[in-house]
Design a binder for this molecule. Structure first.
Ligand code: ASP
Length: 239
């Protein structure tokens, strides 16, 4: 498979502008392309598709990439089929996946990605690249007919991964506990991607980028920490 993906935990890290922390990786992913199709379906905080797309244009156009929002195209399917590259932004993962199903672009995206079209996701856009959306942090604010996601990779992601705060008296579940619960009923690995982290997948190679290690959860095993440069190729094996 000639996958070419960049799965980013968050679009904005503390103290940097939109996508700024990922500039180098975004440019490497889009090398040789001149345009990007943006999918604003997750609509964070009710921002309009136009306003969300304008924000992406502001970030990507100075780097030399022309951006159009999928809503500006008459046919979403045709827009995907003709795109040079796709970027799915963050927001509510349930709302996003519902809209991906409604606009019938799940299969077209899968087909294009299989053939090497660059795909970039941030947060919810990273969640939907996984096997299912079962490890999102979001609330199910809309009903989605299936939790099956784009399955561009055979594992799940938990973006904005948070470590337990030492000494905290908070009684709610930690992220780690919630992922352990997920693994009682689901088999695929889960990658906890901390803020500023991203996964770069090129063909059969996968690399962790960014300043932090990632916490990787396998069913019935103790969580493991991997840092940039470590071999995490096992994640791409089918589960
Ligand atoms: N709401 C997040 C985002 O897209 C996704 C998540 O936390 O699962 O920013």
């Amino acid at each position: 498979m000639s996958r070419n993906l960049l799965l980013i935990s968050t679009s904005t890290t503390h103290g940097t502008g939109y996508l700024e922390h990922a500039e180098e990786e975004v440019k490497a992913l889009l090398d040789g392309k001149s345009s990007v199709l943006f999918i604003p379906y997750a609509r964070p905080g009710g921002i309009s598709h136009n306003d969300y797309t304008a924000k992406v244009k502001e970030a990507l156009e100075p780097w030399g990439f022309k951006v159009t929002g999928i809503h500006e195209h008459e046919s979403p399917v045709k827009a995907v089929q003709e795109a040079e590259a796709i970027f799915i932004g963050g927001g509510n993962t349930f709302q996003l996946l519902k809209n991906l199903y409604a606009s019938k672009i799940i299969e077209p995206i899968q087909e294009r990605v299989k053939k090497g079209m660059p795909y970039m996701g941030t947060s919810a856009g990273t969640n939907v690249a996984g096997k299912s959306i079962g490890t999102t942090n979001d609330m199910p604010i809309v009903h989605v007919k299936s939790f099956d996601a784009l399955q561009l990779v055979p594992f799940n992601i938990n973006p904005h991964y948070l470590d337990p705060i030492e000494g905290s008296t908070h009684m709610g579940e930690t992220r780690e506990t919630r992922i352990a619960e997920f693994h009682h009923l689901n088999r695929q690995p889960v990658v906890g991607l901390r803020e500023g982290s991203m996964l770069r997948i090129k063909g059969d190679r996968i690399e962790l980028k960014g300043p932090h290690s990632a916490r990787i959860f396998l069913q019935s095993e103790k969580p493991m920490e991997f840092k940039a440069g470590d071999d995490i190729g096992f994640l791409l094996e089918a589960y």
